[in-house]
Design a protein around this ligand. Structure first.
Ligand code: FA5
Length: 340
């Protein structure tokens, strides 16, 4: 019986065939059961020897069936893998486009470099949501409803008119104050969104990198030190900068830090709107109302904040003459930064 079963088993390919075979041999009306049933008319001695032998065969059959099930399942998985095989390296697409391999986007490269500079000076890196509420984007930053400063940044509102796509990374300042106790210092990079007309230096979706330091006796000299350090580490050479007064409701005093346009060497081009300077790094001493909204004791602490225009810094760093290249998604553009 066992050798007859083994011959039948070796011919089985699919699970339904196997289950039929199982029923034929060890099912209720199967061959093994009928042998066991026939023992009712046998002698005691026959029942003992034949019964024991038949049970051993039954166990061997069940074991062989289990092994075969496992084998069939492995074969099924292998067949699926063979059929649905995909080359996740996309080699063909890369080759067809005459490209070699992937690299980092220039914004990612510069962002990481700046993060490293600030980490080395003891700053934390914070993140924040793209979808914000009015409080974090405006009110906590001393921009109440109907304040004209809301028009400085054309906002993408959600239908509920309570939520919006953040217009600046200054929202990270607010969230940072909420989650930290002074003294603290952090930077927060990320995407921001504004409903603006696009040109060589303006995008609707762009990147900023916010910075904030809160502690005792923080001064404008501290602010200027960190701004200088950032620029000298990024450009590794002397660049011309100018500091002028700038208005932002969340800082007092506020400054605009511009750098001489490196694309035209200050002569005037479409990136700097022919003025020779690029607005890059607005900053200032944090307004006491903002600190209070963030739960900071203003009798003890003060601070500074800045909001770097990351895409424009990337443009100056790599001499990119139109911001729209940065967001084009064109691999021929990103390809060029692979070596950096
Ligand atoms: C702000 O967004 C302030 N939150 C910055 C700030 C933070 C000031 C902390 C003081 C303290 P502003 O709207 O100027 O400021 O934008 C900051 C920088 O983002 C600009 O200097 C510029 O470099 C960049 N930027 C602004 N608009 C665009 C745009 N449409 N496309 C690309 N870059 C832009």
């Amino acid at each position: 019986l066992m050798s007859e079963f083994q011959t039948a088993l070796s011919a089985v390919i699919t699970k339904p065939e196997l289950f039929d075979l199982k029923a034929e041999y060890v099912g209720k009306k199967g061959k093994v059961s009928s042998i066991l049933k026939s023992l009712k008319d046998a002698t005691n001695e026959e029942r003992k020897t034949v019964g024991a032998k038949t049970n051993t065969i039954k166990e061997a059959i069940l074991k062989a069936i289990d092994e075969k099930v496992a084998l069939i399942e492995i074969e099924e998985i292998n067949a699926k893998l063979e059929k649905n095989w995909q080359d996740i390296t996309l080699n063909d697409i890369i080759k067809e486009n005459g490209l070699n391999a992937a690299g980092y986007h220039p914004v990612t490269l510069v962002q990481r470099e700046i993060e490293d500079i600030f980490i080395s000076m003891g700053f934390e890196i914070l993140d924040g949501p793209h979808i914000e509420d009015e409080f974090h984007n405006f009110e906590a930053l001393n921009i109440p409803k109907n304040h004209p400063a809301r028009d400085m940044q054309d906002t993408f509102w959600f239908k509920d008119m309570e939520h919006l796509l953040r217009t600046h990374t200054s929202t990270i300042q607010v969230r940072g104050m909420e989650s930290h106790k002074p003294p603290f210092k952090f930077v927060g990079p990320g995407k921001v969104f504004r409903c603006e007309t696009m040109d060589a230096s303006h995008e609707m979706v762009f990147h900023q990198l916010e910075g904030m330091m809160v502690g005792e006796n923080i001064s404008t000299a501290n602010l200027i030190f960190f701004m200088k350090k950032l620029l000298s580490e990024i450009f590794k050479s002397d660049i011309n900068v100018r500091l002028r007064p700038g208005f932002f409701p969340f800082v007092e005093p506020g400054f605009e830090l511009d750098i001489e346009c490196l694309i035209c060497k200050g002569k005037g081009c479409s990136v700097c709107k022919q003025v020779g300077w690029v607005e890059l790094l607005p900053c200032g001493m944090t307004h006491p109302k903002v600190l209070e909204a963030g739960g900071i004791d203003t009798t003890k602490y003060n601070g500074f904040a800045f909001g770097l225009g990351l895409d424009r810094l990337v443009m100056m760093r790599y001499m990119i003459d139109d911001i729209r290249h940065i967001h084009s998604g064109d691999l021929r553009f990103s390809e060029q930064f692979k070596e950096y």
